[in-house]
Ligand binder design. Sequence first.
Ligand SMILES: [Zn+2]
Length: 463
Amino acid sequence: MRPKHTTRLSITCASVLTVVVLLLIWLKPAYGQDEKKIVNVDESVNPGTALAVAEEESIASDQASQTDDSVAVPTPSEKAVRFYRSGLWWWSVQEIWSWFIPALILFTGLSGRLGRFTERIGKKQVIVTILFVAIYFLIDFLLTLPVNYFAGYARAHAYGLSNQTLGRWLKGAAVNSGTMMVLYIIGFAVLRILIQRSPRRWWAYSSAVVAAIIFFYLMIHPVWVAPLLNRYGPLQDKTLEADILALADRAGIEGGRVFEVDMSRDTKALNASVRGIGKTKRIVFWDTLTSRLDHDEVLVVMAHEMGHYVLHHMYRTWISISLVYGLGLFLTDRMGRRIIQKYQSRLGFQNLHDVGAVPLFMLISGILFFAMAPLLNADSRYRERQADQFALELTHNNHAMAQSFVALQSTNLAVPYAHWFDKLLRRTHPSLGERIDFANTYRPWEEGKPGRYDKLFAPVNNR
Ligand SMILES: [Zn+2]
């Protein structure tokens, strides 16, 4: 009877996701029929984890029809539409796969057996946690690798977007997974002790611990993790650097916070980002930007990042991710024990603090992040709009901003409008079409009205 319940649950989950995938495929957002139906793709080059989403950005140059100062939203190429559809398809596969792995490890009893095995050879609980989480991450890494290879590496190459070698791609995947493994080891080591010490309130204390770990990760990422994969340094183009630093100065950002990264080794995509938190916070300039953008377009892209920086968006990212994990821990407390009790014989462990329960946390937090995606994405899109507004008020260069989005669309093979369903679940940025429209129209200074962020800027002649 119990196994049947589990099977039925798995079948229901799989069916729902399959229907979602089929819907996405058959919705066929065809251009020419309804121009407002497609999406802005800003796939990151290396698919990241929930933590790694942080402040990934997308920016970029090309042609645009032009009347007066405003820029038209270009029609996407047929290739871009195909790239978009395959992106949705692969995203669905990755999503299903990411739930399937912990569910499989859990409900086949593998987790219970692995738990007993690590208990036997590890003896000390800390060692047991290290062994279990390390083996879990290894299994997860190996099972996810083929899907990520097609979704990330092969697909980007097939569309001519990437020049990354397979070796560098593998190294990136290993570094990301390894970093997560270390963080999860620390997290679970503390969590298991807290569950035993405080069976009723452990989730509240653990939420604080998890928030601290996420903060730690955001802080060390640009100084310890990112340099393992790429070279970060001052900008190569000194004239451009001087102008970016002058703009940063006007935005109240102290010197030495802008870094260039050698992304051209791996990708043709255009991007920039804000990374780090507190003392490690910095604006990262992708060296691909100058390949397709002119001087003014680069400046407005950097002004957008300055918006994220000055408006402390990294703190907001940290708080929202921490809140979702906190909610995940609470739900695990409420549901976890019941699930364990119900499926005990199948799972092969009895308690929430047993090391075998680790995949249960993974499964619940994974499902929760999916369920919360509409909220998290809407919040992210709001912040992106704020950063665009900030950049326009700082530079007053509407044309350059709109042109940079046109360039982004063509270089990154993006489509200008998102289907509502895709927007709901995946879009962290407003669609490029909306951003071009905003860049064309937002000019309060022309009517003598104050901007929302004017007070944050140093006067132009005082720079
Ligand atoms: Zn942004």
